[in-house]
Ligand binder design. Structure first.
Ligand code: XUL
Length: 550
């Protein structure tokens, strides 16, 4: 068989700002990559960075038809570039975690009868009872979080069941908000998907189940037993189990691609759809992590995740089911102010140029002469704080820094926060610790040097920054053989090992030791409230409502 006729596998990623796809061959080599950028390629939806931020600044949504239209566009783009869909043996995909899609009564019938002559966004126009889907950047469900924690006996108890205390972006709380504010809309909804299972549903032309890993980001799944928690479902909305459908193992083959894609794009009728999952679990699958490694994804959100054997959920961070080993788990910390604030500071302090940004990191000293900063343009998740806070070496708050100092303070601060919070979760940096970085900013060596210095550990990267897509292409291959007890670890043996990019600068560990301590202490000063942040935020919201009424 000629190389162009060899079987291939696809990995999709419905992320916050783009829809991305990667194709790999049987040797796991990347043979095709493409993307649709929501703001740039679909300006008619009026998103900024893929989302709509509402006037309360807490509600954040994305138009569901934008995601559908992006799929039409990327498939057309692939077709016109000569991509041969008939060679795709299987595919899987990822979605930004926690976001939810509300399918209107009758949508399953429409899905079943799609005419291949029309694009999906025209066919599915009337399928959604909520046109703007809540996404992971939303933090408007404080009331629902408090009542969920109360209903199940407290925050730690909820974390023990579902892997996380109540989080505003988690799907259960978003559903509870829709039910309480708009019961008719909830009643008209026949199925609720997360972004990943929604995307799989498009390809199956039927509702796809939610996989265990992405299900762990909902505050609804019992992560140990891998079943919905009746107590959590009941606390969120009535009749929810039926609207959510079943949960499945992440390596499950859900079925074959639907006739729509066979007729319109030339997919093979045998092409299998393997369960879609969340972007972070998918990245874990794409990064060939070993025990003891720390993965850091530097994207719209920055995340830090680890492979763990035993779940020990705490009030901070999350425990999800593991996409590679169904007996294992993954611990995750999410930082909302990731690439968007890096881009903003690049624009303000480096004339919009990454080269200038990198130069500033090179010409400033490790430890930034004791200047520290907290940069949260939007309400941060870890820690719960907002605003820009700069401190000089004497711990005095200052209004600004010179441009180069600002750039280093941002990057050092982002990585110090990651190390401090990973250590709070019980993670220890050991001599054999490797940091595996992915996401857009992992292309920038100077940023990775700071990461290496702050963690005092070598930093590795993989060949593509699109680890979620790649992980899904690997998962697609695995799906075909999972039932024969071949593991994903076996499947990815052929994949290239992560590559060493930087090692710590000599002496940086001694320099950062006191700085990390100071950073952790200063962080307490910038929090909403050191202890009960959700409650404090709610009180603050109430206060601002009252003052705007007066
Ligand atoms: C993880 C999280 C984000 C989204 C978007 O909990 O909220 O990382 O998955 O990428």
């Amino acid at each position: 068989m000629a190389a162009s006729e060899a079987p291939c596998y696809l990995g999709w990623d419905f992320s916050t700002q783009q829809l991305k796809v990667i194709a790999i061959d049987e040797q796991l080599r990347v043979i095709y990559e493409d993307n649709i950028h929501f703001d740039k390629d679909l300006p008619e939806f009026g998103t900024h960075c893929g989302v709509h931020v509402h006037s309360d600044k807490l509600t954040v949504t994305s138009p569901v038809l934008m995601w559908v239209k992006a799929l039409d566009m990327i498939l057309e783009k692939m077709k016109s570039s000569g991509f041969n869909f008939s060679h795709v043996r299987a595919f899987s995909g990822a979605g930004q975690q926690h976001g939810s899609v509300y399918w209107k009564e009758g949508a399953s019938q429409i899905l079943k009868n799609l005419s291949p002559d029309l694009p999906l966004h025209q066919l599915l126009k009337a399928c959604f009872s909520v046109s703007d889907s809540p996404v992971w950047m939303d933090s408007s469900t404080t009331t629902q979080c408090l009542s969920l924690e109360k209903a199940v006996g407290g925050a730690q108890h909820l974390a023990n069941i579902t892997g996380s205390r109540a989080c505003e972006r988690f799907t259960g709380n978003q559903i509870a908000k829709i039910y309480s504010q708009n019961p008719e809309v909830y009643a008209q909804t026949e199925r609720i998907s997360v972004v990943s299972s929604f995307a799989a549903s498009l390809f199956l032309s039927a509702y796809a189940p939610i996989d265990y890993c992405d299900g762990s980001g909902m505050n609804l799944l019992q992560i140990r037993d891998k079943i919905w928690s009746t107590a959590c479902l009941n606390a969120c909305a009535p009749g929810l189990e039926e609207k959510l459908g079943p949960v499945v193992l992440s390596s499950s083959v859900l079925g074959s691609v639907s006739p729509y894609y066979i007729q319109r794009y030339g997919f093979s009728p045998d092409c299998k759809v393997v369960a879609f999952t969340g972007d972070n679990p998918a990245s874990l699958a794409g990064m060939k992590l070993e025990e003891g490694d720390i993965a850091i994804s530097l994207g719209t959100s920055d995340t830090l995740f680890l492979w763990i054997k035993e779940p020990t959920p705490a009030l901070e961070g999350h425990v999800f089911c593991n996409p590679v080993d169904s007996q294992a788990y993954m611990a995750l910390l999410c930082f909302k102010n990731g690439s968007l604030i890096r881009e903003r500071i690049r624009d303000d302090c480096a004339s919009g140029s990454w080269d200038e940004f990198s130069k500033a990191l090179k010409c400033t000293v490790v430890g930034n002469n004791g200047n520290l900063g907290f940069y949260f343009d939007v309400i941060e998740i870890t820690p719960e704080a907002v605003g820009i806070h700069r401190f000089n070496r004497d711990n005095n708050k200052v209004p600004d820094f010179p441009k180069e100092v600002e750039i280093r303070a941002l990057i050092e601060g982002q990585f110090m926060a990651k190390r401090i919070h990973a250590e709070k979760l019980g993670y220890k940096i050991m001599p054999r610790t490797r940091i595996v970085a992915t996401g857009g900013a992992s292309y920038n060596k100077e940023i990775l040097q700071v990461l290496s210095d702050v963690f005092s550990a070598p930093v590795y990267t993989i060949d593509t920054a699109n680890s979620a897509c790649l992980g899904c292409a690997y998962r697609a291959i695995h799906g075909l053989v999972a039932e024969t007890s071949v593991s994903l670890v076996d499947v990815v043996k052929l994949a290239p090992e992560p590559r060493l990019v930087v090692t710590p600068t000599a002496g940086s560990d001694q320099l950062y030791e006191p700085l990390l301590k100071r950073y952790a202490e200063l962080e307490q000063k910038v929090l909403y409230s050191p202890n009960s942040s959700i409650l404090a935020k709610l009180q603050e919201k109430e206060k601002s409502k009252t003052s705007s009424r007066n």
